[in-house]
Ligand binder design. Structure first.
Ligand code: SF4
Ligand code: F3S
Length: 99
């Protein structure tokens, strides 16, 4: 089992999540982050940290975002590791203005 980064991360990438992961499970794609399910120990720390609520346990991913479970597993091993926060993308799609 693992936690999963979903749609609200897209074009946001706040990256607070990466600083609390005890196992360095996060990988950075161009528009969003991914969690390596082989790495995640289900500690929930990242989920509590994300300001846009993008991270769910894979058993609790909302129906419209189910595809992100496979996407995280597929993309994480192909993207560079990220362990330090950086300036968010906070792009057009990002909900930052509504927080
Ligand atoms: Fe890392 Fe814990 Fe989040 Fe898994 S649930 S990615 S171990 S912070
Ligand atoms: Fe994305 Fe939230 Fe992390 S927006 S980068 S999952 S803090």
């Amino acid at each position: 089992m693992a936690f999963v980064v979903t749609e609200p991360c897209f074009n946001c990438k706040y990256t607070q999540c990466v600083t609390v992961c005890p196992c360095d499970c996060f990988h950075e794609g161009e528009n969003m982050l991914f969690i390596d399910p082989e790495c995640c120990i289900d500690c929930e720390a990242c989920s509590l940290e994300c300001p846009v609520g993008a991270i769910f346990h894979e058993d609790a991913v909302p129906e419209p975002w189910q595809e992100f479970i496979a996407l995280n597993a597929e993309m994480a091993p192909n993207c560079p590791s990220i362990t330090e926060s950086k300036v968010p993308l906070a792009g057009k799609h990002c909900r930052s203005e509504t927080i």
